[in-house]
Each structure stands twice: as C-alpha cells, then as structure tokens.
Design a protein around this ligand. Structure first.
Ligand SMILES: *Cc1c(COP(=O)(O)O)cnc(C)c1O
Length: 356
C-alpha cells in the first residue's frame, strides 16, 4: 500500500507540506536555537505567529473591521457555553436550531445561561435535512445554528434570516466556502476539522456587540478579557496555533477561499454523483441539504458490508466508517483532501458494483 487516502472526520488530513514544516519547527524554530514548543509564548517569534494567525483568518474570511479574532482552548464544546455567556443578557433568551448532535449540545450548554427556544429542528427525521428557519421573536438575543452537521452530513446552503443577529458553530465547514458575514455577531470553530490540528478553537467576534449582557463572566469565558489581552490571557496552545497558521498560509497560496470552494464542489459532485448512480448505495441526507464536507451514505444491502469494507481498505482508504450514532459510511472531504482521493473511493464503488 503506497498511499493512504484520509477521509477522517476530525482530526483530519492536513497538507503534507504543513506536516513537514510543523514537524521541523518542533525540532528547532524561531532563530533562538529552541523548539517551537519549548520557548515562551511571549517571545517575539511566537507573538508574531499569533498576530499573523489572527490577521490571516480575518483576511481569508473577508471579515470587516468590527470583527476580532481569538485562538483559545476548550474546543467548540466550550464555545457552546462561551457564546451564551457573552451574548445572552441576565434573564434573557436566544433561539436555536437543532440540526444534529453538536447543535443539541449547544442548546444544552446555553440553557445554563438563559431561556432557550428551539425554533427549528430536524430531529424527528433523524437529522437528515436542514429545517426551514422561521422569523423569531425580537426578544431573542440571537439565532444560533450549526452551519455543517459533521455527523449527519447536512449543511446550510444559505444564510438563515430569522430577523435577529446570528451566532454560528462553523467547526466543520469554516474556510471551505465564501459567506456574507453581515448578519453575524459571533462565529466559532474548532480548528481540527478544516484549519489545523486539535487543541485550539477560533472565535470571530463582533467587538461592538460584546459586553452588553450585564453579567459577571468568569475570566476565561469572557471574550472581552481575551480581546484585551490579544488572545494571550493565558498560555495559548502554541503548536496548534502555529500549525493552523501554516495551513491558512497554504490556503492563501492556493488562491484563498474562492479557489478551495471550487475544489470542494468538484469533490462533492464526484462522490454524490456516484452515490446517486450506483444502485448498491443510498445517500443519508436529503439532496438539497447535502454537505460538501461530509458525505454520508449506506449500502442498500448490509450483507455486502464485509466485502465493501475489504475493498476500500485494500485501496488505501482510511476513515470512512460512519459515526457510531448513524452507522453506514461518511466520506469527510475537508480542504486538504485531494480530488484524487475521492476518485479512488469512487473507483472502488464502481469496481464493487461490477464484482458483486
Ligand atoms: C467536532 C465538532 C464540534 C466539537 O468540537 P470540539 O473541538 O471537540 O469541542 C462541535 N461542533 C461541530 C459542528 C463539530 O463538527
């Protein structure tokens, strides 16, 4: 087996040149004879990394000046709580969309901070589609949604218009396509799905909307505290942020979001084309809700499972078993996955049809 085709849902494939540069930096980096991970985060070279990471994120996402970027710890899972803490006032409320496991976890955490109304849900249909977004009462501070549902393979194809500001968990499709940031107050995303290794979470914050809750917020959960310290309130996860920066530089060199969006569309067209053509398989998500990042599908006849699993394993494919909560298969096609890997999977599916 000469090449692994890594379809892992996260942590996931990173560009080979990023892995090379990151591994070299672990040995020696920054011109002081030290490793990246054995020097002070307040040293000049690392402060420059943090500044560039924050700037390139804003640049690639095309965010206007009202936004500030942070790279913190705690993952998107702490983001669920942080979002609510910083944007729901004492005694206030917010509207949420429940489109999957992560969206439901966001609801659960926000309930610690205020009255949460789930105004849209696809739970009844096994989260296989994106529900319509209704207009919500203006008493709600914001509408929270998960742009891409990593486990179920569904994705919002448009920006919801609930009539209140938006907060989004973009963990699994950040940096994959262009979007209009106008209605957003807060965007957050764990790095390990499309930006870098595990260990850091990105927040893009409308600083003008911050600090209006009247709450006492514990320091680490207070985004204002982190902004006032330029994302250096405490020791940042230096390796994750550095490697995320390398990945974002790679993306910029490639032509930025526009270029990667075209590549991502080509990959998802290829896999969904085969899922729809090949009668041995069926897609999980409804067609108009399909994710360009995570394609979920099943064998129509589960008796074929063992043989199909052997076929893709033999072809060097890794990581396409579906999440334990829905089974079947999930091909995660994040930015760094080449079209060639999707072609290998499609060829395995075609060959499997011929031999069954
Ligand atoms: C993976 C994932 C999370 C959880 O991220 P952590 O960084 O592990 O907390 C949250 N939301 C979405 C959409 C995800 O895909």
């Amino acid at each position: 087996m000469d090449k692994i085709h890594n379809f892992s849902a996260g942590p996931c494939i990173l560009p080979p040149e990023v892995l090379k540069e990151a591994s070299e930096a672990v040995k020696i980096w920054g011109g002081n004879g030290l490793s990246l991970i054995e020097m002070s985060h307040r040293s000049k070279p690392f402060v420059a990394v943090m500044e560039e990471a924050r700037a390139i994120t804003k640049e690639l996402l095309g965010l206007p000046d009202r936004f500030e970027i942070l790279y913190l710890q705690g993952g998107a899972s702490l983001g669920f709580l942080t979002a609510a803490y910083n944007f729901i006032p004492e005694g206030g409320s917010a509207a949420y969309s429940d489109t999957g496991t992560w969206a439901a976890k966001a609801v659960k955490e926000a309930k610690h901070l205020g009255h949460i109304e789930v105004v849209a849900s696809s739970k009844a249909s096994g989260y296989n589609a994106i529900p319509h977004t209704p207009s919500v009462a203006t008493k709600h501070s914001y509408f929270h949604y998960t742009t891409n549902n990593t486990i179920y393979g569904t994705q919002y194809k448009h920006i919801p218009e609930p009539g209140v500001p938006l907060i989004a968990d973009m963990s699994s499709d950040i940096m994959s396509k262009k979007f209009d940031s106008t209605p957003f107050q807060l965007i957050y995303a764990g790095a390990q799905k499309n930006m870098g290794p595990a260990g850091t979470v990105m927040y893009a914050i409308d600083k003008e909307a911050l600090g209006k809750t009247g709450r006492e917020i514990p320091s680490y959960l207070d985004l204002g505290v982190h902004l006032s310290k330029d994302s250096m309130f405490n020791t940042p996860p230096v390796f994750s942020i550095f490697t995320t920066l390398l990945t974002l530089r790679w993306l910029k060199n490639l032509g930025g979001i526009e270029a990667i969006e075209a590549r991502n569309n080509a990959k998802s067209d290829l896999i969904y084309g085969e899922i729809d053509r090949n009668e041995l398989f069926t897609g999980y998500a409804e067609i108009d809700s399909r994710s360009t990042m995570n394609a979920t599908f099943q064998l129509r006849d589960s008796n074929h499972q063992e043989k199909f699993n052997a076929a893709w394993t033999d072809a060097g494919i890794s990581g396409i078993n579906g999440h334990r909560s829905i089974g079947g298969y999930r091909a995660s096609m994040y930015n760094a996955l080449p079209l060639e890997s999707v072609q290998v999977l499609v060829d395995v599916m075609k060959e499997f049809e011929r031999t069954i």
